[in-house]
Design a protein around this ligand. Structure first.
Ligand SMILES: *Cc1c(COP(=O)(O)O)cnc(C)c1O
Length: 387
């Protein structure tokens, strides 16, 4: 087995983690009680600079990052939020948990939200940069949230960092992501005034000074406790310092794999752009049968591979079933029989479903040296050649 761990998880270790040791030596893991600058402060400054944003805010995970970003738009309960039809179900869950209704919008050939399907006057849109592919953003939408959980370090075609262009960008440090602290999340914003609102929401609606009990000003809104802790942000700092090394190694493995996997009738490479993160090589096969066969053969050889079928939200039980723990079905009950909340697709997602069924992804391994990356590319090539 060539790849027991995903991406950044391979790089976890005691080297380059002085902030973790320091936090334990200080015996303070709560960010607002830590000596300034806290690890969370350092992480936020580093992330904002590296990701080309005005400010960054550390939160417990990527789902909360989405929720906090949505709350910062000051929505009315029951309003629609347009989300890609192909993404992780956390996006729908985050929208619903804000009392808003997720409306799936069909995707383009790269599986990015197709902005041409959005209705006139759409106010809130979440675009997800899935599997390293940086999606195009809709224009003239006041609140575009870039879900960058799977594309940390990616760039738009104009060179700006993925996550930095919309109203807010969200990131995840879940175990499976490019950088990891087990769990963890980050919101970045362009406008520092938005950061103040989001920070306050994650700290009970307070205006707080470092080291002090939270202060509540007249007119304070309610909040929650979504504060990131000093041990986790210390690990995130270690991971961030390795981001460029990880991205470069992924680029190398990507190039090696494309060179090695010879063109073969029935298998086409879906090209990635220069700014996409090379988390995987994506292949488009002639039929679902051929794709499923390839998945089986690769798995038999112990080679990592996956499909994106699981991401089709209109077919997902959470979205299709419209169930809720609220006794009255909130917030789905607000959408009952209302056409404004109908999923947006030209063909009932037929083309997308079909394309997903023929898509195969081979995740790449930044932790391997050139020799082992080459070996893995050859093994993949020989499985595909024998199909
Ligand atoms: C992982 C992921 C999330 C959720 O992040 P968590 O940190 O696991 O909460 C959201 N959106 C996408 C696209 C993801 O891949």
């Amino acid at each position: 087995m060539l790849r027991p761990l995903p991406y950044g998880a391979n790089y976890l270790g005691w080297q380059e983690t002085p902030e973790l040791r320091q936090a334990l030596d200080n015996k303070v893991l709560f960010r607002y009680s830590a000596p300034a600058p806290s690890n969370a402060d350092l992480l936020e400054a580093h992330a904002a600079e590296r990701l080309g944003a005005a400010r960054a805010l550390a939160v417990p995970n990527g789902t909360q990052a989405l929720r906090v970003a949505l709350m910062g738009t000051r929505p009315r309960v029951g309003e629609p939020v347009y989300i890609p039809a192909v993404t992780f179900v956390a996006v729908a869950g985050a929208v619903l948990s804000c009392g808003l209704i997720p409306v799936p919008v069909d995707v383009d050939e790269r599986f990015g939200l197709d902005a041409s399907l959005l209705p006139e006057g759409a106010e809130r849109v979440i675009v997800a940069h899935m599997e390293g592919l940086v999606a195009d953003l809709p224009e003239h939408v006041p609140y575009v949230i870039e879900d960058t959980a799977q594309a940390m370090g990616g760039r738009h075609e104009d060179g700006r960092c993925a996550g930095s262009v919309g109203y807010a960008g969200t990131f995840s440090f879940h175990h499976a992501k490019i950088l990891t602290s087990g769990e963890g999340g980050l919101v970045v914003v362009r406008d520092p005034a938005d950061w103040d609102v989001l920070r306050s929401y994650t700290d009970h609606g307070s205006a707080r000074e470092q080291g002090k009990y939270p202060a509540f000003e007249p007119g304070a809104f309610y909040g929650e406790n979504l504060c990131a802790n000093e041990a986790v942000t210390a690990v995130q700092l270690q991971q961030f310092r390795l981001l460029d090394e990880i991205l470069e190694s992924l680029e190398r493995h990507y190039a090696l794999t494309l060179e090695t996997v010879a063109a073969r009738p029935g298998i086409e490479v879906s090209p990635k752009r220069a700014g996409d993160v090379k988390t995987s090589v994506r292949l488009l096969l002639d039929s679902r049968e051929l794709r499923d066969g390839a998945l089986d053969r690769l798995a038999e050889q112990g080679l990592p591979c996956w499909s994106l079928d699981k991401y089709l939200l209109p077919d997902h039980p959470v979205v299709a079933g419209r169930a809720s723990l609220y006794a009255d079905g909130f917030p789905w009950n607000l959408a009952d029989g209302d056409d404004r909340f109908r999923a947006l697709s030209r063909d009932g997602f037929t083309a997308t479903r079909e394309r997903l069924g023929r898509t195969l992804c081979i995740p790449l391994a930044p932790e391997l040296d050139v020799e082992n990356q080459t070996l893995m590319a050859k093994q993949v090539a020989s499985v595909l050649a024998a199909l």
